[in-house]
Design a protein. Structure first.
Length: 396
């Protein structure tokens, strides 16, 4: 395999991941083509000249190039990748229940023989293996981090930085209440259960409550129901994102938030909340490079990671994050500071201790940088994917 197709435009974060992956693949000696999702037919003509069967493969994030873009189909409705026999690696950066329809489309139009699935959480992989056992090329690989350069800027102007958007949980009430009172009560019980038990995965909670109502439910019906309940995942995710930031701000800790709609966070005293507005991926990295502490709230990945963790480590901030089984195995207290969603009252004191102890912070950031630089860059991920796909193809 000598040629790789990646995608640009579309969702900014996914384009950034693709660009970083492409840089690493070029350094490995591969030819990289960036398909422009906004240019359509023009980019497709260039793609046709680039592709060589047996030498090319696709790396997609969240089904780019596989979600029904018109230019990829011929007059008979056949998919370009299928016609050319091009293997497609898809990195799913959210829970699989967001992509039930996309997976059906891949099955119907590409086929599982050309499809390679990467999950960024071990629970996501387990979900795929259970509900999509016909997908036989699947592996776990967390997202990576990007560093702006070393040595770090020592004069850090921000105490705590959080990068990510905010949506008030009330925004999802229209989905919770869209059917009738019985369904509303059902959904609210699941939300209350997850908020009270944040160690439970979303799919386990869904299945627990669905089985109570429908003991004979099939796997196919479970998948369909979970697909229709993703607003619960978003509700709980943003609920805790808001609670974590609120807990720090209300305890007199300066928090700079980069992302949309933080002005909608209901909070008693906003003196310590600094709303910096929308920021793209590069601007988020710059913010971390100016922060003493990079705060992370996991998007309910209980056996995975988030790129915020590795971005913070690679840009000289002390990462403070809630736990996941993967992170607890991968990192030590020398590299990261963990907190518990179940004991948020302890978080402000943990943050204040770090802010008051510069020597401790410096030791942690040096250890974290060395570890992340060795194991959690896009160069690491590019090599992993290339070895995985070439080894898989050689064994077919």
């Amino acid at each position: 395999m000598e040629k790789v197709i990646l995608f640009k435009k579309g969702i900014e974060t996914l384009e950034f991941f693709s660009q970083e992956m492409g840089k690493a693949l070029k350094e490995m000696g591969l030819q990289v083509f960036y398909y422009d999702l906004d240019e359509g037919e023009k980019s497709f003509l260039e793609l046709q000249s680039f592709v060589e069967k047996g030498k090319s493969f696709v790396i997609s994030f969240n089904f780019n190039g596989l979600r029904g873009e018109e230019e990829f189909y011929n007059k008979e409705g056949r998919l370009f990748w299928k016609i050319k026999g091009i293997p497609c690696v898809n990195i799913m950066v959210d829970h699989p229940f967001y992509y039930a329809q996309s997976l059906e489309k891949v099955h119907r139009e590409l086929g599982w023989d050309l499809y390679y699935q990467i999950s960024i959480d071990m629970d996501h992989k387990k979900y795929m293996e259970r509900f999509y056992p016909q997908i036989y090329k699947i592996c776990f690989m967390p997202l990576a981090g990007t560093g702006l350069g070393y040595p770090f800027n020592k004069g850090r102007e921000y105490d705590v930085v959080f990068t990510g958007n905010y949506t008030p949980p009330e925004h999802f009430h229209k989905y919770i209440e869209r059917i009738d009172e019985e369904y509303t009560l059902f959904y609210r019980k699941i939300i209350e259960y997850l908020i009270s038990n944040p160690e439970i995965t979303m799919e386990c909670a869904f299945e627990k409550f669905l089985l109570r109502e429908m003991p004979e439910i099939t796997n196919e019906e479970l998948v369909q129901c979970m697909e229709n309940m993703i607003f619960i995942d978003l509700y709980v995710r943003f609920y805790y994102r808001g609670e974590v930031v609120k807990k720090l701000v209300e305890n007199g800790i300066n928090v700079h938030v980069f992302g949309s709609d933080w002005r909608l966070l209901e909070i008693k005293d906003t003196n310590f909340l600094h709303i910096e507005g929308m920021a793209d991926s590069k601007e988020c990295l710059v913010a971390m490079s100016k922060a003493k502490i990079a705060l992370n709230v996991m998007p309910w990945f209980k056996k995975g990671a988030h790129d915020r963790v590795f971005n913070g480590m690679l840009n000289g901030a002390v990462v403070v994050t809630d736990k996941s089984e993967y992170l607890c195995k991968e990192l030590t207290k020398n590299e990261v500071s963990f907190y518990s969603l179940e004991h948020l009252d302890e978080l402000p004191w943990k943050i204040k201790d770090l802010l008051e102890n510069e020597e401790k912070r410096n030791c942690m950031t040096e250890c974290a940088y060395s570890f992340a630089k060795k194991s959690h860059t896009w160069e690491n991920r590019a090599k992993f994917i290339y070895e995985w796909i070439t080894n898989t193809l050689s064994n077919l």
